[in-house]
Design a protein around this ligand. Structure first.
Ligand code: MN
Length: 257
């Protein structure tokens, strides 16, 4: 009887040990990709999404991309690609181009949570990145980077500093490349964003100015700034903008103001 009891105790001990070990290794194995994202923000003071890493979905072929127009201390475009459950991000001061001759500087910034892809609103004064954020373009992308006839994973492309993708956005289409520039002191995060040659090349177009409004809500930066992130109410389909009623100001009254 006594012997049986100790056996059971031993067995329970082994099971508990195994459970603890497996639990621990899982926690250690999961690298926290959004640590920097959370460290830079006080999420109680900004309407930006919380920093949760998305579970890896089923192996869907196409991943998400988003380009956000961000009127912070300097207006820039944030280019983000879904890679392994987060949005890997670059700040592109001049925005993307449809002309392969344009090499657009892209500075890699902290990974953002997937939920950021829908974020449009105002980051209040005093917070990191304070200013208006618009979803300028969004859609899916396909990795086309091959080496010896084999597709290179996005994680490897990122580590190697050589990304080649085809965008299927509401505005941007076709192949783009992101190339990490040679490392000098203090330039660790510098990449170049360039259009690759294909049918979507158009050196005469400038989508940044011809299609300046939100790809999600059709709003202008000014409208977002005014309405904040509270525009989930009803998203009106983008109307052909009727010429705004201009308030006629006579020269006389202009002088007076
Ligand atoms: Mn930004």
């Amino acid at each position: 009887m006594i012997r049986k009891k100790t056996m059971n105790k031993k067995r329970i001990g082994i099971v508990l040990c195994a459970l603890l070990l497996s639990g621990e290794s899982r926690v250690v194995a999961k690298k926290d990709l959004l640590k920097t994202y959370r460290e830079k923000r006080d999420l109680k003071k900004t309407p930006e999404p919380s920093g949760r890493v998305a579970k890896k979905g089923s192996k869907k072929k196409k991943a998400l991309f988003v380009i956000q127009k961000h009127d912070a201390s300097h207006l820039h475009y944030d280019f983000r690609l879904e890679i392994d459950g987060v949005l890997v991000s670059w700040a592109v001061p001049k925005g993307p181009s449809t002309d392969p001759r344009d090499k657009r500087l892209a500075i890699q910034t902290e990974d953002h949570p997937m939920a950021y892809a829908h974020f449009e609103g105002v980051i209040p004064e005093g917070n990191y990145g304070a200013g208006t954020v618009m979803v300028w373009d969004t859609g899916t992308y396909e990795n086309i980077k091959h080496k010896n006839d084999e597709l290179v994973s996005m994680a490897t492309c990122l580590a190697d500093g050589q990304i080649e993708i085809v965008l299927q956005g509401k505005k941007l289409q076709g192949a783009y490349t992101l190339i990490k520039t040679k490392w000098h002191e203090g330039s660790k995060n510098q990449w170049l964003l360039m259009k690759m040659k294909d049918d979507y090349v158009d050196a005469r177009r400038n989508l940044l100015t011809s299609e300046p409004n939100s790809a999600l809500t059709g709003r202008t930066m000014a409208q977002i700034a005014q309405e904040g992130d509270d525009a989930k109410k009803e998203v009106e389909p983008q109307k052909k903008q009727s010429p705004k009623k201009r308030v006629r100001v006579s020269k006389k009254s202009q002088k007076m103001s």
